[in-house]
Write a new protein. Structure first.
Length: 305
């Protein structure tokens, strides 16, 4: 999803939220047309002052309320999503009790708006948590582009961001990473097939070209993956425009998993080595790295006499 096209969930339930919000909400799993219309109707009447206010006035389905909490629709009135997820079943039970009693009198409704009991749960919704929920429920990201979460790892791999590509010369080798946007595989006038693969990173869209000679090796990866790591040659000239001629393509998720596993193994080995140094070279020294040459160790025979 290109930057600038995201809908923002914060304040999305306030008056004046535009068509983009409606389009985004309509993609929300289990969001019924009735619930969508009711939210818009009540929002025109008055702003929602709390989650309890929203839930009582709209009477949306339980799964809809839960999913709206998870994507941050109430962050402007209650930033603690974990707290709201804890209060939701309690509010739902109270509302069900009011409905079974004939809708509730004014005293019951005042009780409904009494200050809610705080769960006291402490769980910070990380950027990863937010992006995961947005992808699951909306099919797009609001908080940030998914690849923005992996910038340090991509930098270590030597990945070039798309905004730098126009500044590079023609026929320059590059390594790029992106999310699948679309792919076309037309027949060319030469009678050969060429794949045009459009990818997107945190900065925008860019084009990759796979000629027929690379299709047998690369097409299976394109068919199964969503995130890609691409090595190729940058085509950057007036005649053919800006594109990357693909030489190799990998599933980025697999590459990052292998890197994380390798990094974890290195850390474990380093820690084990340091522990061994402490055990073997601990004759009055804090660490084996500080051990002077010839310091006593059972591993080296000592000269006697």
């Amino acid at each position: 999803m290109a930057p600038g096209t995201c809908l923002c969930p914060e304040g999305a339930l306030e008056p004046g939220a535009g068509r983009a919000v409606r389009v985004g909400f309509s993609q929300l799993k289990q969001m019924s047309e009735r619930a969508l219309k009711k939210i818009e109707e009540e929002r025109r009447v008055a702003p929602f002052t709390s989650f309890e206010d929203f839930y009582l006035r709209t009477r949306v389905e339980y799964p809809v309320a839960e999913n709206l909490i998870r994507i941050g629709a109430f962050d402007s009135v209650e930033p603690d999503r974990t707290e709201l997820l804890w209060r939701l079943p309690l509010l739902h039970d109270r509302l069900s009790a009011l409905a079974s009693a004939g809708g509730g009198n004014s005293g019951q409704l005042r009780a409904f708006f009494a200050a809610p009991e705080q769960a006291g749960l402490e769980h910070e919704w990380t950027i990863e948590d937010r992006v995961r929920s947005e992808l699951e429920l909306l099919g797009l990201t609001v908080t940030c582009h998914p690849l923005a979460l992996y910038e340090p790892a991509l930098t270590r791999l030597g990945v070039t961001p798309s905004w730098q590509l126009p500044q590079l010369g023609d026929e320059v080798p590059v390594l790029v990473a992106g999310v699948y946007e679309r792919a076309q595989n037309p027949w060319m006038r030469s009678g050969k097939r060429t794949m045009f693969l459009t990818l997107e990173d945190a900065y925008g869209l860019f084009e990759c070209v796979l000629f027929e000679s690379r299709l047998p090796a690369c097409a299976p990866v394109v068919a199964r993956a969503t995130y890609f790591l691409v090595r190729g040659r940058l085509q950057n000239n007036r005649k053919r425009g800006l594109a990357i001629v693909v030489e190799d393509i990998w599933d980025l998720e697999e590459v990052l998993a292998e890197e994380a596993e390798r990094e974890g193994a290195v850390k474990i080995n380093q820690a084990a080595r340091e522990r061994r140094e402490e055990e073997v070279y601990a004759d009055g020294f804090v660490s084996g790295r500080k051990r002077p040459p010839g310091a006593g160790t059972a591993a080296i025979p000592k000269k006697v006499g």
